[in-house]
Design a protein around this ligand. Sequence first.
Ligand SMILES: [Zn+2]
Length: 59
Amino acid sequence: MENTSPLNPGDDAPAGTPGTGEDVCPICHGSGQVEQDGDNVSCANCGGTGMVIEGIGGG
Ligand SMILES: [Zn+2]
């Protein structure tokens, strides 16, 4: 199973990792884009997906 996507900075773990789930990116709030110097650019935290992988409970 080498078909995993590279992790984005906002991801805690690869997608599908037990105990984790998708959550709305706290940086762009799910839009996948952030405003930078007056322009909308792809959100670096989630890689433009608007979603991040986060641990559920624990931690
Ligand atoms: Zn984002």
